[in-house]
Design a protein around this ligand. Structure first.
Ligand code: SF4
Ligand code: SF4
Length: 339
C-alpha cells in the first residue's frame, strides 16, 4: 500500500482511503469484517461523519484496538458552537477514542473563520486546545467555497468531489492544495455509483500525487478490487481514456451528483437518486432501479409542488424539478421498452 503525507497535518496515510458512508447499510458483523480487512491490508485513513448514522460507531467497534495506527476524519454539520461541541463529544464516544485526527466542517454554507459571529471556527480551535481534535478541515460541494477555504489558510484539509468527470477548474484544486500544503480528500470518485469502471476512476485520480480518494465501499469484493489496484497501480491508458471520453459525452452537463443537499423533499421524492435514475438504470443494476419500489418512487414526482427547496439547495445549480420531470418521462419510456 502506497503511503502519502496528508498535507500540513503531517500525518502519513495510505493513498487509498475508506469512505464510510456505505457501511451504514450492511449488517454490523459485515462492516466489522470489511473495516478490519481494510486495515489488515494497509488502509489507514477512514472518513466518516456525525450525520452518517451508525458509521462512527461501526468504526469504533471494528478498529478501536488499532486506534494509534489509523487516521480518522469525521465531520460536524452543526451551525452553532454548542452543537459542534456536542457532535465532537458524540464522535469521540462512538469512535471509542479520545481524539479525532481531523474534524471537518461538513459542507457549511460559508467558510467559518476565527472571530466569526457563528462561533464555529473558535469552537473547533477550543476543541483543538483541549486535545479533542488535532486538525481542522472542511468539506464542500461548492468550488468557489472550496477555493476560499484553501486560500484562507485556516484549514489543514479540504474534501471535495473529484472524479474523471470533474472540470479542469475543479481539478485545479489539486494544484492549489499542493501549493498551500493542504491535505486533499476526494469524495465521490465514482460519482455516487454513476461511474462503473473503478479501474479507470482509480487510475485517473492516481495521476494526482496529493489526491487521496475515499472510496465508498460496502462489499468485500469492492474493497478487494481497490486493494488489487494498490498492489499494482494501473496507469491511464488509451482504453481508459476512451471510457472517460464516452462517459463525459453521456454524462456531461447538468447531471445530479447524488450529494443529497436538496433533501428532504416535502413531497417525499428521493431526489438524489430519482434525478439520475435513467443513468443508474442503464449503468448499474437495472432490475433494482426498475423495480416496483422505484416505479412508485418515480410516481411521487407527480406530487412535486415546485416549492423550490431542492433548487435553492443544489450546490451544482441544477433546475431540479425540471430535471426530475425529464428523468421521470425517460424512466417510464425505458420501463415500457423493457416490458
Ligand atoms: S420543488 Fe418539488 S422536488 Fe423540489 S423539494 Fe419541492 S416538492 Fe420536492
Ligand atoms: S439535485 Fe443537486 S442537491 Fe440534489 S442530489 Fe442532485 S446534485 Fe445534489
Amino acid at each position: 500500500m502506497q503511503q502519502t503525507i496528508f498535507g500540513r497535518t503531517g500525518l502519513t496515510v495510505s493513498r487509498t482511503g475508506f469512505g464510510c458512508i456505505p457501511i451504514q447499510r450492511i449488517p454490523y458483523e459485515e462492516s466489522t469484517a470489511l473495516l478490519q480487512h481494510a486495515f489488515d491490508n494497509g488502509v489507514t485513513l477512514y472518513d466518516t461523519a456525525n450525520a452518517y448514522t451508525t458509521s462512527e460507531e461501526r468504526i469504533g467497534t471494528a478498529l478501536h484496538h488499532v486506534r494509534d495506527k489509523i487516521v480518522i476524519c469525521t465531520k460536524s454539520g452543526a451551525l452553532s458552537p454548542d452543537k459542534v461541541m456536542e457532535n465532537i463529544e458524540n464522535s469521540l464516544r462512538l469512535l471509542q477514542t479520545d481524539y479525532i485526527d481531523v474534524l471537518q466542517f461538513h459542507n457549511p454554507p460559508f467558510v467559518p473563520h476565527p472571530g466569526g459571529e457563528d462561533g464555529l471556527y473558535d469552537c473547533a480551535l477550543k476543541a483543538k486546545t483541549q486535545g479533542k481534535i488535532r486538525h481542522i478541515g472542511i468539506t464542500s460541494h461548492s468550488k468557489d467555497r472550496a477555493r476560499s477555504a484553501v486560500l484562507s489558510g485556516l484549514y489543514d484539509t479540504l474534501q471535495y468531489p473529484l472524479s474523471y468527470l470533474s472540470t479542469d477548474e475543479e481539478l485545479a484544486l489539486a494544484g492549489l492544495c499542493r501549493e498551500h500544503n493542504i491535505g486533499l480528500l476526494a469524495m465521490k470518485g465514482l460519482c455516487g455509483g454513476l461511474l462503473t469502471n473503478a479501474k479507470t476512476a482509480f487510475a485517473f485520480l492516481r495521476q494526482y500525487d496529493n489526491i487521496i480518494p475515499i472510496w465508498g465501499m460496502q462489499k468485500m469484493s469492492e474493497l478487494d478490487e481497490f486493494l488489487s489496484y494498490e498492489k499494482e497501480p494501473p496507469l491511464l491508458d488509451s482504453v481508459m481514456r476512451n471510457v472517460i471520453e464516452a462517459d463525459k459525452a453521456e454524462l456531461s452537463g447538468n447531471f445530479c451528483r447524488c450529494c443529497g443537499y436538496c433533501l428532504p423533499c416535502p413531497a417525499g421524492i428521493p431526489i438524489n437518486n430519482a434525478a439520475r435514475i435513467t443513468f443508474l438504470a442503464r449503468r448499474a443494476v437495472k432490475e433494482y432501479w426498475l423495480s416496483q419500489e422505484w416505479q412508485n418512487n418515480m410516481r411521487l414526482i407527480d406530487n412535486c409542488t415546485n416549492c423550490g427547496h431542492c433548487k435553492e439547495h443544489c450546490p451544482y445549480g441544477l433546475d431540479t424539478p425540471t430535471l426530475l420531470k425529464r428523468q421521470q418521462k425517460e424512466y417510464f419510456e425505458i420501463l415500457a421498452a423493457e416490458a
